[in-house]
Design a protein around this ligand. Structure first.
Ligand SMILES: C=C(O[C@@H]1C=C(C(=O)O)C=C[C@H]1O)C(=O)O
Length: 111
């Protein structure tokens, strides 16, 4: 083993790396907060869709709309250099939760 400090392993280099890690984690924290806020807004909209569907006896799930949304998100993911399979899994996870809410709203006893 070579005990000589390498360019990336000097005290100054290590301190720079720690500073860069702090910066990157600050951005990750901001992005995670934005994701939570965006998801909260999406669920506010889908909750209203669920109420509308239940009030008008429309089915809780719309597979054709889901397929369109998934295809669209896969295209956007590819353009953004995000794995489209991951984007599909993520959206499917969210949609499944939305449909679960819509079924619960439809099953609520009506006044
Ligand atoms: C929100 C809706 O309800 C369901 C949830 C969807 C979604 O979260 O994108 C899409 C289709 C539906 O299965 C809708 O019909 O638009």
């Amino acid at each position: 083993m070579n005990d000589q400090p390498t360019a990336d392993h000097t005290l100054a280099g290590d301190e720079q790396a720690r500073e860069r890690l702090r910066e990157l984690r600050g951005s990750i924290d901001n992005l995670d907060a934005a994701l939570v806020h965006l998801l909260a807004e999406r669920f506010k909209c889908t909750q209203q869709v669920g109420e509308l569907k239940a009030a008008h006896d429309l089915p809780p799930a719309d597979p054709a709309r889901e397929a369109d949304q998934i295809a669209r998100l896969r295209r956007l993911a590819t353009e953004a250099k995000l794995d489209p399979a991951f984007a599909e899994k993520f959206l499917t996870f969210i949609i499944d939760e939305v449909v679960r809410h819509h079924r619960a709203i439809a099953a609520r006893p009506r006044a």
